[in-house]
Design a protein around this ligand. Structure first.
Ligand code: GAL
Length: 410
């Protein structure tokens, strides 16, 4: 064989190897990793020739990963598939920019238009197609606590923010942080739970459809309650991750934490704690009967380097086996209508019941109701409010942002 033939042979061997590589991009690193790692293991078992590159950018809620993704997508260097929230983070961002491939035929082939609930299908579809495959449903409006500690401090889990504000001094007098918050996105996470409680589900929805203005009296009241609640939180929030905030509830430094149910994944999978005994939960104050949801999903970006391997990944992500492998470790539930709740722990079973029975609304901090620009820049509105304490100014800033980014059809 001469040198040229050898080079050609080596090149085609190389492209064969490269063709088998699948880059999955997400923010599920470290403590957040086990569920994704289990799904990747299953993929590699089913596709022995494939090698998955588990590309993660650390940082809760994807605050860092989303920025890296934006640079890569706009620079023409998309990963094969990436974690994206169902709803406006997908539709109002990547689909609007024509960066995703339509997966309608995959949904038809796999029977997923019947396997997934209609509400969720609506979050990943437009008239022109279906744009990602949901792997889970998480609940945002959950309050976490340790029952034995509450007993020790002589309080019960508040069912309204008024009740919480009453318990606040009792806890502070005992040297306990009433509510722990962490880095800025966790405060945005708290804000949406307060907004749901203050507005109720109809007006909360109306904010995102544009029927209720952010500078209305109703929406301004959200900031007022938010301010009172924030006065009962720790003052070292900025340096904490959501896991460290959760740790404070476990150790008894703090009484409550409002966090999505990835906290259940952390408490059970990472810390090995038992739901109902070592920790417990309730709907965030004033939101009983409403399930604020978000869903992580994966799609096929235009220009994905390895289309075939990505399609095999997406088939696994949406399958019952894939979802039953991923969700019990993650703290989320499978949205598939044929999923079996008995494989879950006590927390997830209760989430499953509420998911099927409750009114559903979408999360802001996790991409369901607003596009990526709005959700990122809302952090500035929030920071402005924390500095000024001026609810009317925050309402006006939020409305300006909504108008500028086209949220609520404005
Ligand atoms: C959410 C995501 C969850 C979890 C959480 C904390 O945005 O949907 O799966 O990863 O962030 O990082």
């Amino acid at each position: 064989m001469n040198k040229l033939v050898l080079t050609v042979a080596a090149a085609s061997l190389l492209s064969l190897t490269q063709a088998q590589e699948l880059e999955i991009f997400s923010w599920w690193a470290g403590d957040e990793g086990p569920a994704l790692e289990a799904l990747i293991d299953l993929y590699e078992e089913q596709n022995p020739d494939a090698e998955v590159v588990n590309a993660t950018v650390t940082g809760g809620a994807g605050v860092n990963a989303r920025a890296v993704l934006k640079t890569r997508m706009l620079g023409g260097d998309p990963p094969d598939s990436f974690q994206v929230h169902a709803g406006q983070e997908l539709i109002g961002t990547w689909v609007a920019a024509e960066r995703m491939e339509d997966l309608s035929s995959l949904f038809e082939e796999e029977g997923w238009n019947e396997a997934f609930p209609e509400g969720l299908l609506n979050l990943i579809s437009t008239d022109a197609g279906t744009w990602s495959v949901p792997v889970n449903v998480h609940r945002s409006n959950v309050m976490w606590f340790v029952p034995a500690k509450l007993e020790e401090w002589g309080i019960s889990a508040p069912t309204s923010w008024d009740e919480f504000l009453e318990a606040c001094p009792t806890l502070q007098e005992q040297g306990v942080t009433p509510l722990v918050v962490a880095e800025p996105w966790t405060q945005q996470h708290l804000w949406e739970s307060v907004a749901l409680a203050v507005l109720g589900p109809d007006n909360y929805d109306a904010l995102w459809s544009g029927e209720l203005a952010f500078d209305s009296e109703e929406a301004t009241a959200v900031w007022e309650t938010f301010g009172e609640v924030m006065a009962c939180t720790n003052d070292d929030a900025a340096g904490l991750s959501w896991q460290q905030a959760t740790d404070r509830v476990v150790s008894g430094e703090a009484a409550f934490n409002i966090m999505g149910d990835w906290a259940a994944g952390y408490l059970t999978t990472t810390l090995g704690l038992e739901p109902e005994t070592d920790f417990s939960w309730a709907a965030s104050p004033g939101t009983e009967g409403t399930f604020m949801l978000l869903a992580d999903s994966f799609g096929l970006p235009v220009g994905a380097p390895d289309r075939d391997a990505t399609m095999a990944w997406l088939r696994l992500v949406g399958s019952q086996q894939g979802q039953d492998t991923f969700n019990p470790l993650k703290g989320s539930i499978s949205p598939r209508l044929d999923s079996d709740p008995s494989i879950y722990n006590a927390y997830s079973q209760s989430a499953y019941e509420d998911y099927t029975a409750d009114r559903q609304v979408g999360s802001l901090a996790h991409g369901a109701v607003a596009n990526e620009t709005f959700m990122s820049e809302f952090a500035n509105v929030l920071e402005g409010y924390i500095t000024s304490g001026d609810a009317a100014q925050a309402g006006a800033a939020a409305q300006e942002l909504a108008t500028r980014t086209g949220v609520g059809g404005s």
